[in-house]
Design a protein around this ligand. Sequence first.
Ligand code: SF4
Ligand code: SF4
Length: 291
Amino acid sequence: SGASLRKPAWIRAKAPLGAGVARIRRLLRDAELATVCEEAQCPNLGECFAHGTATFMILGDICTRRCPFCDVAHGRPLPPDAEEPARLAEAIATMGLRYVVITSVDRDDLRDGGAGHFADCLRAIRERAPATRIEVLVPDFRTREAVALEHFRGDSVPDVFNHNLETVPRLYAQARPGASYQGSLDLLRAFKQRHPQVPTKSGLMLGLGETREEVLAEMRDLRAHDCDMLTIGQYLQPSAEHLPVREYWTPDAFGALEAAGKAMGFSAVAAGAMVRSSYHADRQAHGLVGT
Ligand code: SF4
Ligand code: SF4
């Protein structure tokens, strides 16, 4: 029909932000760093910054793919900024962040998919802010998986390796053109085989028309590929040009998925309308959410 669904009451509006957040925003601007927290106007921003958590977007803000649920600009990206790792590490140290998530757009234009730049950032942060725990939320490195994984070694091994499957395989052609469901599962398993001590993690967004059975099957696929941790949230349409929300999953439905995930053996599961890939990432990594 084209008519959009009304947002239910449990979809929270943005929370008011404190003075501490304004200071951090200025610092980020001065360092020319982008956070997903700000770009996506994440409703959890005040809470996360206050807890010493933030999600940084490296490698620019222009993606080589065009996923119709995603608000990131599409086009030809700039070459990696060689100064970015040092600026990032400095800002993380200055902000006193305890837990950071490093993510990027898809860089199909780079031979290593951008993994080398991820590794440079990891090394720089390890050196400048050695107590900070680092989660990487990586693109799928499609067709370059083996080359990409070679970069994560020694000082550049993250504390958590996260790669989102986003949606169920039936909806990949529509929602993740250019991506491969099996390829993404294989990436998670391949990392785990190289670094069995490092937790792997994935995330799903619901509301694009998937069924509960499809979600459960996907969760089983993740466990079969040794994925340890899982986040499940509600898809929200960024603009009228993006894929419509087909369904708002209820708090009870999220709760049931969380319980099912624990029963399947995930070490941490966070499921809820406002859960994002990096929400409570610090507590999850310590096993405090979902225990
Ligand atoms: Fe940033 Fe993630 Fe927290 Fe949102 S949930 S504010 S994106 S760290
Ligand atoms: Fe957005 Fe990632 Fe798709 Fe790029 S690959 S359009 S950043 S979801």
